[in-house]
Design a protein around this ligand. Structure first.
Ligand SMILES: Cc1cc2nc3c(=O)[nH]c(=O)nc-3n(C[C@H](O)[C@H](O)[C@H](O)COP(=O)(O)O)c2cc1C
Length: 187
């Protein structure tokens, strides 16, 4: 397995690392790479790929990820060179922004253009990881391997995670969310 990520503040790097731990728990081998200045041909070495970045701009790519995305477009889209390769995406997000975790669609669309097969819902991690979201991410990585191996059915999922689903990932109860909103805390 190959995991490629970009990260500004470290949160999305943590997502990549937690997902990789889950991959190891499923007895698969995994290499993790920072996307910055990485050639997308690295994905050709993998039986399955996970790709992630923080959402930036207004639902857009993180700057460090843009050269990697361009490299995918240039080298992997022609000839659909990831044909049939199991894949999934993960992003950082923050509900204070209009396009909540919008980069997930950009990543998934690019993977599909390369011929990859999205095996499970893209993961959105909001701001900083919690104990709950670390656990969830490990399971997400483990389940991804099982789906790639055909031990679990693929979950083709649209649209990407809602705010409520992300609260469940982060371990924020509806009561806690309501408290935060009453106090005027968007986060
Ligand atoms: C300049 C900037 C723009 C952002 N834009 C968005 C956005 O459009 N949508 C969103 O959901 N989150 C947005 N975020 C939130 C980040 O995706 C989130 O904080 C993420 O956890 C950062 O991950 P990192 O620690 O790996 O850099 C933005 C953050 C920054 C700093």
């Amino acid at each position: 397995m190959v995991v490629v990520y970009a990260s500004g503040g470290g949160n999305t790097r943590e997502t990549a690392e937690c997902a990789a731990e889950g991959v190891l728990e499923a007895d698969a081998e995994v290499d993790i790479y920072n996307a910055y200045l990485l050639d997308a041909s690295i994905l050709l070495e993998a039986d399955a790929v996970l790709v992630g970045e923080p959402t930036h701009g207004d639902g857009e790519h993180h700057g460090d990820f843009i050269p990697f995305d361009r490299s995918m477009a240039a080298h992997l889209v022609p000839g659909r060179r990831l044909a049939g390769v199991p894949a999934a995406g993960f992003v950082g997000c923050d509900r204070a922004y209009r396009k909540f975790g919008g980069a997930i669609e950009l990543i998934e669309n690019r993977l599909v253009e390369c011929g990859a097969r999205i095996m499970q819902p893209g993961l959105k991690i909001e701001l900083r990881h919690t104990a709950q979201s670390r656990l969830f991410t490990r399971e997400w990585g483990r389940d991804f391997v099982r789906r790639a191996r055909g031990e679990l059915p693929p979950v083709e999922y649209r649209p990407a995670m809602t705010r409520e689903q992300v609260d469940a990932v982060m371990g924020i109860t509806p009561e806690e969310r309501a408290r935060r909103e009453t106090r005027g805390l968007a986060r």
